[in-house]
Write a new protein. Structure first.
Length: 342
């Protein structure tokens, strides 16, 4: 029995062969389908892990999703905010593993960095399509790191964007953003947070703000119909959106348990939250009438999204005939004798 292995070279070949837009569009479509299929959501507990690194500013987490009778996907993901400046590595590094639900056998392993970035952008596109003004043309990005790229890409696939305003506390990150998203063909301007709030129809907060250092938005000049995708909160005490904004907004989390513990929703009581995003997708009527008011999507990222993202990657790999098949696990000739070798 073999395990499918998708290396970084495989993933690059898949995406380059299929094209960035097809990869993102399929991720949006498959994630939306999964959210709408309420009976097939499976079991996704809140992620768990431990703090690590200098002053416990980093984390390593495991994110499991169980599709009973079929498979289990577990992503191991490390969040290390010092990586880009200190080690020239992504802030978020991860790997995916897929197990057979019947036998427990390892079916596939692969990169978790690109699928995480793309599925996070796709989730924002799905939430924004439900809650943002349909004619939204100006996107504001507070934070100009890797995740800002896939947020802009995903939103450009579902809205007629003609302008992106970007801000980062690292001026070089903001200045380089236009080059990184040149493939979108959308005008990019470096702006202050106040300018972003005053002009944007949709705002994505995608920062590595430290615990206790938030919020990153001022919340003073927001347009009445603004929709906010809050991406960066992923630790207890870390948040990007002011409490006053959350209190006056319709707030939908992706995973309520996670969001109440470590997302923007940790600032709120459970009774102040709207339905989870999958519930809104399954019953879009719950989102009707919200597009002219302040709305917030609290995106903590949960393992059903990773399960679907790995589905997409494996699907594209199979279509392209890409991937290694290796005998990784020791499956002895005699199941009762670990010293018997095939």
């Amino acid at each position: 029995m073999e395990t499918t292995v998708l290396t970084r070279q495989h993933v690059a070949k898949i995406v380059q062969g299929k094209g960035l837009d097809l990869f993102m569009d399929r991720m949006i479509d498959r994630l939306d389908e999964a959210f709408r299929a309420e009976s097939r959501w499976g079991i996704t507990p809140a992620r768990d892990g431990f703090l690590r690194g200098p002053q416990n500013t980093a984390v390593l987490e495991w994110m499991p999703h169980h599709q009973p009778g079929d498979s289990i996907t577990i992503k191991t993901v490390a969040y290390t905010p010092t990586n880009p400046s200190t080690h020239q590595l992504p802030t978020i590094i991860g790997t995916m593993a897929r197990y057979d639900d019947v036998t427990g056998r390892l079916l596939a392993v692969g990169d978790g960095i690109l699928p995480t970035a793309v599925r996070t952008g796709a989730a924002s596109a799905i939430a924004s399509r439900l809650l943002a003004h349909p004619d939204s043309r100006v996107l504001g990005l507070v934070g100009a790191g890797a995740q800002a790229v896939t947020q802009a890409h995903a939103l450009s696939r579902v809205f007629p964007l003609d302008r992106i305003l970007v801000h980062d506390i690292e001026p070089a990150h903001a200045e380089s953003f236009a080059e990184r998203v040149e493939f979108l063909g959308i005008d990019v301007e470096v702006a202050s947070v106040a300018e972003i709030e005053a002009a944007s129809d949709i705002i994505c907060t995608v920062t590595s703000v430290g615990v206790g250092d938030g919020p990153v938005l001022h919340g003073e000049r927001l347009r009445p119909h603004i929709h906010i995708n809050a991406i960066g909160a992923d630790l207890i005490g870390k948040y990007e959106v002011p409490l006053s904004v959350l209190k006056s907004a319709f707030v939908t989390p992706d995973h309520q348990g996670q969001a109440l513990r470590e997302g923007e929703c940790q600032q709120l009581d459970q009774s102040e939250l709207g339905p989870e995003l999958p519930v809104l997708c399954a019953d879009p009527a719950l989102a009707e009438g919200r597009r002219e008011q302040l709305t917030v999507f609290d995106s903590t990222g949960f393992a059903l999204e990773d399960h679907i993202a790995f589905d997409v990657l494996l699907e594209l790999a199979e279509e392209a005939g890409i991937g290694d098949r290796v005998q990784l696990e020791h499956l002895p000739e005699d199941a009762l004798n670990p010293y018997s070798f095939q």
